[in-house]
Ligand binder design. Structure first.
Ligand code: NAP
Ligand code: ZN
Length: 349
């Protein structure tokens, strides 16, 4: 027995998304049924629909920035009750037993974390994401959305929020640290807000000056256009940390040149094409080039609590289900300020 729910799906690689229905499993003892209120559109959704990262599973119901309200719980669930405000991010399961799961980094589960969509559960069933009315998720992969953050502006925190919070935290963004955020999109604008709240001195590096006013409003002290070659000279040796959120490849050496001695450039952007760099760009200055993938469930909860404490939500443009394809085009053209969020009530309405 399953429950039928409305959804928006890409029927095949690169195809436009269209309305459909999907089945959600009946509640297992440790499951939570969530009435989805909002689902953010992450650039990763577009990468996967377009198979930028390799072959994917279709039909695909994307969406891993989910905020909603608990509608029912399984018999063993004690952590959540009907009516609770909750969120689900990029993962819905993991083995729970390997060293990385035990360390709270379920994204690195040795059996592979089960992605919220474009994944296959341990039961062999395909997973379908947040562009739908309802979802069933194991309680351990559900986070609590604190009072004080609207569900609409909270949804993007479940991916864009944690993906930027985790490396900022790990690499010590805070008072006295100069942090550059590359790309002012969904992840980038969250990175600016979070790094500012952590007390860092933040600079936005965007392709153009078009979003300068916004960047400064978000709390950045400085804003430079990377389309202007002189930026790389002006900022030479400036930053302790560069967080790269760009969805395309970049001239990495030019960015490494803006790090101080011992500084780190952390990539969270995930272009389908390889990035390359000259070894001497790292050697000269003991520099670090690193990556970071989302964050574990406990850290996701920590991030949500941090955002509530600091009054941080995403800057969103709320859209209805029939606007998703237009929104995809706009994201690809860097024309998003700064996250599209789908009003789930419009799915199948
Ligand atoms: P987004 O909203 O499209 O933002 C990306 C930004 O990158 C754009 O707004 C643009 O900023 C800049 N950009 C785009 N094309 C560019 C180009 N050709 N050259 C230079 N800059 C360019 O995307 P997002 O949702 O924030 O996601 C960003 C990337 O992170 C994607 O690749 C996504 O898959 C990846 N991601 C990774 C993780 C992880 O765990 N590591 C998690 C989520 C997402 P400006 O206009 O300001 O230049
Ligand atoms: Zn994402």
């Amino acid at each position: 027995m399953t429950t039928t729910t409305h959804a928006i799906a890409a029927p095949s690689p690169g195809a436009a998304l269209s309305p459909t229905t999907i089945e959600r499993r009946d509640l297992r003892p440790d499951d939570v049924l969530i009435d989805i209120a909002y689902a953010g559109i992450c650039h990763s959704d577009i990468h996967q629909v377009k198979e930028d990262w390799g072959s994917a599973i279709f039909p695909m119901v994307p969406g891993h920035e989910i905020a909603g309200v608990v509608a029912a719980v399984g018999s063993d669930v004690t952590k959540y009750q009907v009516g609770d405000r909750v969120g689900v991010g990029c993962m819905v399961d993991s083995c729970g037993e390997c060293e990385y799961c035990l360390a709270g980094t379920e994204q690195f589960c040795l059996k592979g974390n089960i992605q919220t969509y474009n994944g296959v559960g341990f039961d062999g069933e395909n997973t379908y994401g947040g562009y739908s009315r309802q979802i069933v998720v194991k309680d351990g992969f559900v986070c609590r959305i604190p009072e004080g953050i609207g569900l609409d502006v909270a949804a993007p925190l479940l991916c864009a929020g944690i993906t930027t919070y985790s490396p900022l935290n790990r690499w010590g963004a805070g008072p006295g640290k100069k942090v550059a955020v590359v790309g002012l999109g969904g992840l980038g604008h969250m990175a600016v807000k979070i790094a500012v709240a952590m007390g860092a001195d933040v600079t936005v590096l965007s392709q153009s000056l078009k979003k300068q006013e916004d960047g400064l409003k978000l709390g950045a002290k400085d804003y430079f256009a990377t389309g202007d070659a002189s930026t790389f000279q002006t900022l030479r040796g400036r930053f302790d940390l560069i967080l790269n959120t760009v969805s395309a490849t970049l001239p990495v050496d030019s960015y490494l040149g803006m790090l101080r001695v011992g500084g780190a450039m952390v990539n969270v952007g995930a272009p389908g094409e390889p990035l390359s760099y000259n070894a001497f760009s790292l050697l000269g200055g003991n520099k670090v080039l690193a990556g970071s993938m989302i964050g574990g469930i406990a850290e996701t909860q920590e991030m949500l609590d941090f955002c509530a404490e600091h009054g941080i939500g995403a800057e969103i443009e709320t859209i209805s289900a029939d606007q998703v394809n237009v929104a995809y085009d706009r994201v690809e053209n860097s024309d998003v300020r700064y996250r599209f969020v789908i009003d789930a009530a419009t799915i199948g309405a």
